[in-house]
Write a protein that binds this ligand. Structure first.
Ligand SMILES: *[C@@H]1O[C@H](CO)[C@@H](O)[C@H](O)[C@H]1NC(C)=O
Ligand SMILES: *[C@@H]1O[C@H](CO)[C@@H](O)[C@H](O)[C@H]1NC(C)=O
Length: 199
């Protein structure tokens, strides 16, 4: 290998080294990220907590109460997204074959269960939107009640599936249920750190 081939490689390695050093410094000195890490460490799902909060740029400047609001907002968006997903499944079902499945007893039952589930995820999203306001207004009791309700709605959907043995619980929905439940647990964990008596 001639030196002209090695040089660009050396430069690249140097640049990468400098970049990693620099980003290291930024993380080491950033106070807000410290608060995210410190806060998330006390919750049940540290990784989910850190990743979720970092996905919203407002987190960098937020205090504990602000982080709770952001996390609950993420839960509201998440639940709303599942509501949209279930509504589209329902629509597919209605638009689908007019023959067998959609008019059969089984098709109608699946329809009914999906509709119930869509509604529950909408309720969950609404409860979390209420919770955002409750935290902002420092209404501790209401905030906990709403987050707890939001955490329970996916289970109502799951139970509706369980009542119809011939209807399998879709893995996609199981994943979404687990995700929302964990987000609610993390939100509760952050709420536990708020100084509710501060005003
Ligand atoms: C970030 O969080 C704030 C406060 O909850 C919210 O108003 C905003 O919409 C969020 N941003 C994104 C990109 O979701
Ligand atoms: C829910 O999601 C839909 C479609 O993604 C969006 O249009 C709507 O604004 C969302 N609603 C809330 C309350 O976030």
């Amino acid at each position: 290998m001639s030196s002209t081939n090695v040089l660009p490689l050396l430069v690249l390695v140097l640049v990468l080294l400098l970049c990693s050093l620099k980003s290291h410094q930024i993380f080491a000195t950033a106070e807000p990220d410290d608060l995210i890490q410190k806060t998330c460490k006390t919750t049940l799902y540290n990784d989910l907590c850190v990743a979720s909060l970092r996905s919203n740029s407002s987190s960098a400047k937020a205090d504990t109460k602000g982080l709770a609001v952001i996390m609950i907002g993420i839960g509201a968006a998440n639940a709303n997204e599942t509501y949209t997903y279930l509504s589209s499944q329902l629509l597919l079902l209605l638009k689908g074959k007019k023959d067998s499945t959609s008019t059969s007893t089984r098709g109608l039952t699946r329809n009914k269960v999906l509709r119930l589930c869509a509604e529950r995820y909408m309720f969950a999203s609404q409860a979390l939107q209420e919770a955002v306001q409750d935290v902002e207004q420092m209404s501790q009791d209401y905030a906990y009640v709403q987050v707890s309700a939001a955490k329970d709605y996916p289970n109502v959907c799951h139970n509706a599936f369980k009542r119809v043995p011939s209807l399998a619980y879709p893995p996609e929905l199981a994943k979404r249920e687990e995700n929302l439940v964990q987000i609610c647990d993390v939100a509760t964990g952050i709420m536990d750190l708020i100084d509710w008596d501060q005003n």
